[in-house]
Design a binder for this molecule. Structure first.
Ligand code: CMP
Length: 139
């Protein structure tokens, strides 16, 4: 196992519903170190840039409208095998398919409003971390 970083978002639905605290608690209880964290309200263009890999998908408009609708919390998390570990803690993209301990099952409403995001691979983690945190902010 190797120490790794991943990028995570607490999405607007979960922030609006007051789930930021419980999600951060679950992150720390599961052994992640929060290296960087801030609350941001994305513009539509910033959301489109972040999710550009999905630009051809039918849900792109809905996704970027939702992600720019209200503030979210963005984080860099560190742990052994953090990318996979964070995805395991979030559970499936569709909250309905998760198990009771999964964050998306606990706090998500639907496949679109699913409470959290996480990088899916080292290259996307590198892009996503740099999208939100400059080298001067990195701890
Ligand atoms: P996320 O991990 O943020 O990565 C891309 C997001 O697109 C995903 O979580 C979902 O919230 C969203 N998404 C995926 N499929 C759909 C869909 N069919 N309809 C709406 N949003 C979707």
């Amino acid at each position: 196992m190797a120490i790794e970083e991943t990028f995570a978002i607490i999405k607007p639905d979960a922030v609006k519903a007051g789930h930021t605290g419980p999600i951060i608690a679950a992150i720390e209880e599961n052994g992640f170190r929060i290296k960087n964290m801030k609350k941001v309200h994305l513009t539509r263009a910033q959301a489109e840039g972040f999710y550009y890999v999905h630009r051809e998908r039918g849900f792109f408009g809905e996704l970027t409208e939702f992600m720019s609708s209200a503030p979210c919390v963005v984080m860099i998390l560190e742990k052994d095998n953090a990318i996979l570990a964070w995805r395991d803690l979030m559970g499936p993209t569709n909250p309905a398919q998760g198990e009771p301990h999964h964050l998306r099952k606990r706090f998500g409403q639907s496949i679109g409003e699913n409470a959290t995001h996480g990088s899916d691979a080292p290259d996307t983690a590198a892009f996503e971390k740099a999208y939100f945190f400059s080298c001067f902010e990195r701890i």
